[in-house]
Design a protein around this ligand. Structure first.
Ligand code: HSE
Length: 288
C-alpha cells in the first residue's frame, strides 16, 4: 500500500493571484492500493489524477482502493483539491511505473487544476511563486521565513473555486494591473526576506478580493480587525472563504483577541494558528 502525506496550501497571498502559494502544517494522509474491485466514483479527484498518469503511461488502470485521513478542510480555500490532485499524480506515477519527473507531475497536476499556485507548494512545500505559460510551469520555491506564523480563520460555510472564479471580471484596468504588480512584488520580497514592513505595505489586492468579498459576509470587518490586532497582512486564502493573517512568530495577543472577536460575529468563524511547512509531498510504501 502507498501512503501519501500532502499539505494544505494557501494561494494568492493577497495580490499574487494565481501565482503565489505557501504550504501549511495541516495535512491529509491518503492510502492507496490496488484492488480487485473497480473504483466507484470516476469523478473523484484522486482517482481521476491516478488515471491521468496511467493514460499518459499508456497503461490500463487496475482496480484501486483509496482511504483518507482528512485534515485539510474541503472547499474552504486551503488547497484541498490541489492536495487530491498532487496525491493522485504521485500515486499514479508510483503504481504505474511511469517514472515521470516532479516537474512533469507538477505540469500535469496544474493542467488538471487550471492554475499552479496551490499545486506547486503542495508538491514542494515552502513559499512558491509560479507562472503558467503555454502549459509550462516555471516556479521559484524557497523555505518559508521562520519568523512568521499564520492565523487561519475559517467560517462554517464553504465556497467552490468555480463559484468564486465566476465573479471575477473578464478584464481589469491598466491602473489596477500596475497597482497589483507593485503590491505582489512587495509581497514576494516580504515573504523571501521576512521584512514585516513590506508585508504591511502589500496588504491590498485589486484583482480578486474586491470582486469576491461579497461572497464572504464580514470580510472587510474581519480583515480590519485582524490588522488592528497586530496582523502584518490579512488576505483571502485562495478563492476563500478562509481568511489568513500573517503574524510575527512571537505574537501572543492575536490568537486570544481575534478568537473572541470572531465569536461575536456571524458565520461560525474559528481561528487556528498554523505554521508554514517546508516538507513537500511524501510517498511511502507501507505494509497493511
Ligand atoms: N488562485 C486560485 C483562485 C486559487 O484564487 O481562484 C483557488 O484555487
Amino acid at each position: 500500500m502507498i501512503e501519501i502525506t500532502v499539505k494544505a496550501t494557501t494561494a494568492n497571498l493577497g495580490p499574487g493571484f494565481d501565482c503565489m502559494g505557501l504550504a501549511l502544517d495541516i495535512e491529509n494522509k491518503i492510502f492507496i492500493k490496488e484492488s480487485n474491485r473497480k473504483f466507484k466514483d470516476e469523478r473523484n479527484l484522486i482517482y481521476h489524477s491516478i488515471k491521468k498518469i496511467y493514460d499518459i503511461a499508456g497503461k490500463k488502470i487496475p482496480g484501486i482502493s483509496i482511504d483518507q485521513k482528512i485534515g485539510i478542510p474541503i472547499r474552504q480555500g486551503l488547497g484541498s483539491s490541489a492536495a487530491c490532485i498532487a496525491a493522485g499524480c504521485v500515486a499514479g506515477n508510483k503504481l504505474s511505473g511511469a517514472d515521470l519527473s516532479t516537474l512533469d507531475l507538477i505540469k500535469i497536476a496544474t493542467e488538471i487544476e487550471g492554475h499552479p499556485d496551490n499545486i506547486v507548494p503542495a508538491f514542494l512545500g515552502g513559499y512558491t511563486i509560479s507562472s503558467l505559460e503555454n502549459g509550462e510551469v516555471i516556479y521559484f520555491r524557497q523555505k518559508a521565513f521562520e519568523g512568521f506564523k499564520y492565523g487561519v480563520m475559517t467560517p462554517d460555510f464553504t465556497l467552490s473555486t468555480a463559484e468564486a472564479r465566476k465573479v471575477l471580471p473578464a478584464t481589469i484596468s491598466y491602473a489596477d494591473a500596475v497597482f497589483n504588480i507593485g503590491k505582489s512584488s512587495l509581497m514576494s520580497a516580504a515573504m523571501i526576506t521576512g521584512n514585516a514592513e513590506l508585508l504591511k505595505a502589500a496588504n491590498i489586492d485589486k484583482v480578486h478580493e474586491p470582486y469576491r468579498k461579497h461572497l464572504i459576509p464580514n470580510f472587510d470587518i474581519i480583515k480590519n480587525q485582524a490588522n488592528s490586532l497586530g496582523a502584518l497582512t490579512t488576505f483571502l486564502s485562495g478563492a476563500g472563504p478562509t481568511i489568513i493573517s500573517i503574524l510575527k512568530a512571537d505574537d501572543n495577543i492575536f490568537e486570544r483577541k481575534m478568537s473572541q472577536f470572531l465569536k461575536s460575529i456571524e458565520g461560525g468563524w474559528a481561528l487556528i494558528i498554523a505554521e508554514a511547512c517546508n516538507n513537500g509531498i511524501e510517498c511511502n510504501m507501507i505494509t497493511d
